[in-house]
Each structure stands twice: as structure tokens, then as C-alpha cells.
Design a protein around this ligand. Structure first.
Ligand code: C2E
Ligand code: MG
Ligand code: MG
Ligand code: MG
Length: 281
């Protein structure tokens, strides 16, 4: 952008660009050894049945605390890991760790794991899933993989085939952040998603009374219903938002109102509690 403005302007932007590049390089170096040094861990956010409030599962969310840089947000390090081709090994660690943990929970509690489009480009991905299940003893139907619409931008490269093979294992798929990417409804009918996750931005706009957001949520719920898919409302932060999405007919809810991402021990304790205790808490 600075370049477009002409030569003279370009020079004044240079130092800042340099710092960004330098920061990226240094972070990337640290990221390379983050898993083996034990700097990464998972937090688990409750996913709850919209009607009953019963716990249905948890979404595993990756955290990185670097001794040098402190906690780094996944919105920052995940894209970096993708660019540096580190997402396959990191993602394999996430999958394995999440399955291992979920195997200790009661058998009706599911685990959702986020998967980057890049991971689906790796032919070893299916093996990673198979071996995570086999070595932890987790049954396939308790694992749900969350992918975003961006996966289908690389369709020519075979992501759809990989998803098919994963589905054949009995693993579930959900479509994350729905409505924020390059939406094309074609893949919704071609891919057997169990659920569509409605992005937090729609939930929060609808709660503020933005009519377009309300219309979109209603349309997505109707579409999901007619395709036999569930809907999860993301980012539900208040009782009013919960009531609203319940009224819209969303199947499941997730957000700070029901629980922030929890450390592993807290998630385990919650998973072991009886439903009525959770709903009452
Ligand atoms: P996501 O998969 O859409 O996850 C939901 C994000 O919303 C999480 O942010 C979660 O902490 C946050 N969130 C949940 N409820 C609320 C709420 O009520 N209000 C607000 N304001 N936020 C809420 P987080 O943990 O920072 O993760 C950001 C993104 O990073 C994730 O979005 C996902 O795309 C990516 N990510 C996280 N872990 C992994 C991973 O293991 N692998 C991959 N490939 N991506 C991951
Ligand atoms: Mg997700
Ligand atoms: Mg999401
Ligand atoms: Mg997201």
C-alpha cells in the first residue's frame, strides 16, 4: 500500500515494515520449538444444549505462553504457524492431546477441535486422526472437527476428499464462524456437516437489534434445519442473548455466559458433574 503512494512515501514506511517482519521472524523461531518445550496447552470451553442447558461437550482452544513474549493470542500465532508450515505438527499435537483428555470424560461428552485448511492439504491428516483415536481409545463419534468456509477455497487441492475420508471414520464435522468467509452454499449440500456454528458477530449484532443480523440467523437456522444439521450460536455472553438464540431455534450455545475456556482440570471436573447440577450452577 505504501508502495502505491509513490517512492518518496515508501521510504517513510520502511522502518515499521521492518519491525513487523523482524517480530514475525523472532516469533516464528520461538514457535518452532514451542510444542517440544511444553509451552503450549489447551483450554476447554463448554458447549451447551440451548434448550436444557445440559453440557454437550467442549471446544479445545490452543494457548501459547512463550517465556520470552508471554501469552500470544491464537489469532496471531495460528496464521504464523500456517505460514511457517508448522501447523501440521502443532495441529497433530492438539488433536492427540484433546482426544487423550476427552477419553477421560463421560462418554456422552464430545470434544471439538479446530482444524486449519492447511492441515487438510497434508495427506497424512487422515492418519493423524486415525492414530489419535486409536491410541487414546476415543470413539470417533465423540470427535468433532471444526473447519471454516476457507477450506472450500482450496477445493481443487482435495480438502473435500480428505473431509470425506474423515467422515467415513465416523468423526463429525462442523462449519465454524459461518457467514464470515467466502460463503458459497454449494458445499453445504455436498459435505455432511453435523452442525453450523453461527459466528459471534451475528449473535452480538442481533442482540443489539440489528435487523439484518436477526434475518441472517433465522435464515441460517432454517437452512440448517432443512439440511438436517444442528446450529451452535457462538459468543453468547448474556442471559438475554441466550434467550434470543433459543427463540431463534439454535440447537447449542457456547459463550462466556455458559463458561469461558477452562483449564484442563476444571473442564474435567465439569464433565464429571451431573447435568442437573450443571444446569443449576
Ligand atoms: P473459534 O474456533 O471461532 O473459537 C472461538 C473463539 O471465541 C475463541 O477465541 C474463544 O475464546 C472466543 N469466545 C468464546 N466465547 C466467547 C464470548 O462469549 N465472547 C467473546 N468475546 N469471545 C468468545 P480464541 O481461543 O482466542 O481462539 C481464536 C481462534 O483461533 C479460534 O476461533 C480458532 O479459529 C483459532 N484456534 C484456536 N485454537 C486452535 C487450534 O487448536 N487449531 C487451529 N487451527 N485454530 C485454533
Ligand atoms: Mg472453533
Ligand atoms: Mg468460531
Ligand atoms: Mg473464530
Amino acid at each position: 500500500r505504501a508502495k502505491d503512494a509513490g517512492r518518496g512515501v515508501f521510504r517513510t514506511y520502511e522502518p515499521e515494515l521492518h519491525v513487523q517482519a523482524e517480530e514475525r521472524r523472532v516469533l516464528e523461531m520461538a514457535l518452532r520449538s514451542a510444542v517440544e518445550k511444553g509451552e503450549m496447552f489447551l483450554m476447554y470451553q463448554p458447549v451447551v444444549d440451548a434448550g436444557s442447558g445440559h453440557l454437550r461437550g467442549f471446544e479445545a482452544l490452543l494457548r501459547w505462553t512463550s517465556p520470552e513474549f508471554g501469552p500470544v493470542s491464537p489469532d496471531k500465532f495460528i496464521p504464523l504457524a500456517e505460514d511457517a508450515r508448522l501447523i501440521a505438527p502443532i495441529g497433530a499435537w492438539v488433536l492427540r492431546t484433546a482426544c487423550e483428555e476427552a477419553a477421560t470424560w463421560p462418554s456422552n461428552i464430545r470434544i471439538a477441535v479446530n482444524v486449519s485448511p492447511d492441515q487438510l492439504q497434508n495427506p497424512n491428516f487422515v492418519t493423524t486422526v486415525t492414530s489419535s483415536l486409536a491410541s487414546t481409545g476415543l470413539s470417533a463419534e465423540r470427535l468433532e472437527l471444526e473447519v471454516t468456509e476457507s477450506v472450500f477455497m482450496h477445493e481443487g487441492l482435495g480438502a473435500t476428499k480428505v473431509l470425506e475420508r474423515v467422515l467415513d471414520l465416523g468423526v463429525r464435522l462442523s462449519l465454524d464462524d459461518f457467514g464470515t468467509g467466502y460463503s458459497s452454499l454449494g458445499y453445504l449440500s455436498r459435505t455432511r456437516f453435523s452442525s453450523i456454528k453461527i459466528d459471534r458477530s451475528f449473535v452480538q449484532d442481533a442482540a443489539k437489534g440489528v435487523r439484518e443480523a436477526v434475518a441472517i440467523i433465522r435464515a441460517v437456522v432454517a437452512l440448517a434445519n432443512s439440511l438436517g444439521m444442528a446450529t451452535t450460536a457462538e459468543g453468547v455472553e448474556t442471559e438475554a442473548e441466550h434467550q434470543m438464540v433459543q427463540e431463534f431455534g439454535c440447537t447449542k450455545v457456547q459463550g462466556y455466559y455458559f463458561g469461558r475456556p477452562l483449564p484442563v482440570e476444571e473442564a474435567r471436573a465439569l464433565a464429571g458433574r451431573r447435568w442437573d447440577e450443571f444446569a443449576a450452577a
